[in-house]
Write a protein that binds this ligand. Structure first.
Ligand SMILES: Nc1ncnc2c1ncn2[C@@H]1O[C@H](COP(=O)(O)OP(=O)(O)OP(=O)(O)O)[C@@H](O)[C@H]1O
Ligand SMILES: [Mg+2]
Length: 495
């Protein structure tokens, strides 16, 4: 912050909220001033989204004060981007951006459509991406959807009114350069006098953009301080309660080829060849639009291929035949758990059991409640799902814990091929280390792992080999000493 704090936009005092026996927020207080970027950090389930949902009026607090007129008489206008983005999947980007935006009833429909299209293009272009604004949101990649949600929240933001922009993990699916671009937008919003409250698990990005940080632990404030007074290691300790080590990977002893992909082509990808051996972890890096996001789902069979062949231990995998892919030992943790990873209205345990273990659990026999409970106890402990309440509906778990349930579901099948997209999106630093360890152990047991991630650092730590994609083709293959975060980032930029 170069100038002193502006006027107070929001004051929260003694905010408390319980869900049954869970105290999600316990007497939380905070302030945000005009021009200030406040980052809210904390472990999965620490109460961050609950705070945002109370501000949004989605939940009612049990106690506490929320003062939006703190500085003067004029109330602060709040704008939100929630963790699940809140887009209507079956409408286009253009329509999503037009939603709730004071349409004029007298406007001619075609004119309005053309105007909306122009506005939609302008808004998404701010992020330097070329999104087809007439395509349905469900056809966009997770990162593209994030950008649409952000564009929608920012619409008209420079209208001169006092505004507080609230973002719940806006960057979970974005890659290095995309995160930087978004963070630049966040800073610009603050420089123009708005306040920004944003939630993130990427602690390095927090320190790069925020003025102040609020750390929550089990619903309580563990720290509220200027970013200048804390470094990365300090922030990790505030969140995790301890220092977190990095993964030590032994070099893989490459086994037999498990996955063989030849000439794969799709929306962005053209002619991809990749072989993954037993025990090997291969990464897919690349910026938004590079094709990184589509490879795993094309291999698994959910996404159409325009050309190419996929073989899993010698068995051809046909597009659309997910059942046979699973039978041959494939598992797929998708990047968008809301769209295809999980059923929010089922319990966590039911979600765990939606995929049968090939060879041991018959598709025709009912799963007994006892078996389900046993499996849930084992796998949720392994993956660190909290609270340990397998009978709770998935929607009631925090975002990071939902991600752990999806991961547990697929690890349970003891796959020969594990396809992962953004495996640690939304999970806290401590849980991330646990998940990396789990993936490494799974590979250690002879599974072939292919992991697509927007986080170069994650790939550099986790993988034996990384393929960097740009404009749909492999531009670099990095192993050994060459496999570093900066090399991945450099190779990701299209020529
Ligand atoms: N509707 C609900 N019903 C029951 N419990 C809930 C509900 N919403 C949240 N909780 C619980 O409240 C606690 C805080 O959840 P919250 O979503 O605020 O966490 P979070 O800090 O946003 O975590 P994450 O980083 O994983 O998104 C968790 O234990 C969660 O399971
Ligand atoms: Mg959350």
């Amino acid at each position: 912050m170069t100038t002193g704090p502006g006027r107070e936009l929001l004051r929260v005092e003694g905010l408390t909220k319980s869900f049954g026996a869970t105290r999600a927020l316990d007497s939380v207080g905070l302030t945000i001033h005009a021009g200030e970027v406040l980052a809210v950090v904390g472990h999965n389930g620490s109460g961050k989204s609950t705070l945002v949902k109370i501000l949004a009026g989605f939940h009612t607090a049990d106690h506490g004060v929320i003062d939006l007129r703190a500085g003067s008489g004029e109330p602060t206008e709040l704008r939100f981007i929630h963790q699940d983005l809140g887009l209507v999947e079956t409408l286009s980007t253009r329509e999503n951006l037009g939603l709730g935006g004071g349409r004029s009833g007298r406007a001619w429909l075609p004119l309005r459509t053309a105007a909306e299209r122009r506005l939609a293009r302008e808004l998404t272009a701010q992020f330097g991406v070329d999104i087809d604004v007439d395509a349905l949101v469900q056809e966009l990649s997770p990162a593209e959807r994030t950008i649409v949600a952000i564009a929608r929240a920012l619409r008209g933001w420079d209208s001169g009114r006092t505004m507080l922009l609230v973002l719940d993990e806006p960057t979970a699916a974005l890659h290095g350069a995309e995160v930087d671009r978004l963070m630049a937008v966040v800073r610009r919003v603050a420089e123009r006098g708005a306040g920004v409250l944003f939630i993130s698990h990427r602690l390095d990005e927090v320190l790069g953009v925020a003025d102040t940080v609020l750390a929550l632990r089990n619903g309580q404030v563990a720290g509220h301080l200027p970013c200048a007074e804390v470094d990365y290691a300090g922030l990790v300790e505030l969140v995790a309660g301890k220092a977190v080590g990095t993964l030590e990977r032994r070099a893989a002893t490459a086994g037999d080829p498990v996955l063989r992909v030849r000439g794969l082509a799709g929306r962005s990808i053209t002619g991809l060849d990749v072989t993954v051996h037993a025990g090997e972890i291969v990464g897919l890096a690349g910026i938004l639009g590079s094709g990184r996001d589509e490879v795993c789902s094309m291999i698994f069979g959910g996404r159409q291929r325009s050309a190419g062949s996929v073989e899993l231990t010698g068995n051809p995998l046909a597009p659309g035949d997910l059942r046979s892919a699973i039978r041959h030992g494939a598992a797929f943790v998708p990047g968008d758990r809301h769209a295809d990873g999980a059923v929010m209205t089922m319990t966590a345990a039911e979600n765990l059991m939606t995929v049968r273990v090939p060879g041991t659990e018959s598709r025709w026999r009912r799963i007994s409640k006892g078996h389900e409970a046993g499996e849930a106890a084992t796998w949720f402990a392994t993956c660190g799902v909290l609270p340990a309440r397998p009978a709770m509906e998935l929607s009631q778990f925090s975002g990071g814990n939902q991600q752990k349930v999806v991961l547990a579901k697929w690890l349970r099948t003891r796959p020969r091929l594990l396809l992962l997209e953004e495996p640690t999106q939304g999970v806290d630093v401590g849980a991330k280390a646990t998940i990396h360890q789990l993936i490494a152990e799974t590979a250690g047991g002879g599974t072939a792992v292919l992991v697509a991630s927007s986080e170069a650092k994650e790939l550099a730590e986790l993988c034996d080999r990384v393929l960097v994609l740009a404009d749909g083709v492999v531009t670099a293959e990095l192993t050994g000493a060459e496999l570093t975060e900066s090399r991945i980032l450099r190779a990701s930029v299209p020529a």
